[in-house]
Design a protein around this ligand. Sequence first.
Ligand code: FES
Ligand code: FE2
Length: 320
Amino acid sequence: MELIAVCDSKLNTAPDFPIGWWSVARSHEIKPGDVTSVTALDRDLVVYRTESGEARVHDAYCPHLGAHLGVNGKVVGESIQCPFHGWQFGGDGKCNHIPYCETIPSRAKVQNWPTSEVNGEIYMWFHPTGAEPDRAVPVIEQIGDENWTEPRQVEFNIPVHIQDIAENSCDPEHFQYVHKQNQTPPSSVDVEDGAVHLRSEIEAQGMKGELHATMFQPGLARVMTSYGPGAEMLVYNSAQPISKNETLLRWTLLVRNEIAEFVGDQVMDGIIEGLSDDYPIWENKVHRRQPVFCKGDETLVLFRKWVRQFYLPDSPRGQQ
Ligand code: FES
Ligand SMILES: [Fe+2]
């Protein structure tokens, strides 16, 4: 006797969080001495900046009686102080001061997450075993370059797992149905230097150009659009997975100074509109761990092979 399979749901199909660097804040939001609470990777975190300017990310709950370090916690020099009884924690997450006791218990520590600060953002490194980073956050050289405009920034909350958002850019067939494009633009998808590269011919107001999207990991991508020298635009996207089914995307848009007057807000609006098209699909879909693919789905198959490297091979909830 064969039983009908359990119904899939968003809760029982979501993969683990991929290994990698995750954006948790824009740099300008956290000044020296600032403390804030952030939820990422299904964890409550405290993000703060020490007086000397170093950004830190720790798990939020104090090992003493469980106060949230991100709510009324204080920066004291290079440490963070718990708002409840004043215990202080240093950069390695270990308690280094208890105001009313000289002996510090060896278990008095919070989980520390390695951080990196580039591209105007603070990133935390996530590995399910706590392994140290084995790569750096890609540096987007155009951010801060005087030939490019100041970054325009926008954030957008998406009701889906980060992997499904990443997969969307390797899915040319959905453009006709979801984004109402007449035709799928001629494009190629390859893996080079560990990143996925999508190249597409594009056309705007009679001008031909090229779009080159580079996905460094699920949740870190750069899209360069070029209509010739001086007519270039860059969109950088970094993700903060809040939970398995909710992701905050941070978008940064820059254009060459030469075209600054012509390109800007409407491009940002276009991105938001594009995401809004995807929204009803994302909000209601389940994640397919082993999708039924057809021969026309080569780019999706390529993406699924590439993305395996971001999960532990024997993880029960890892992605294949
Ligand atoms: S709960 Fe943090 S010091 Fe007591
Ligand atoms: Fe889409």
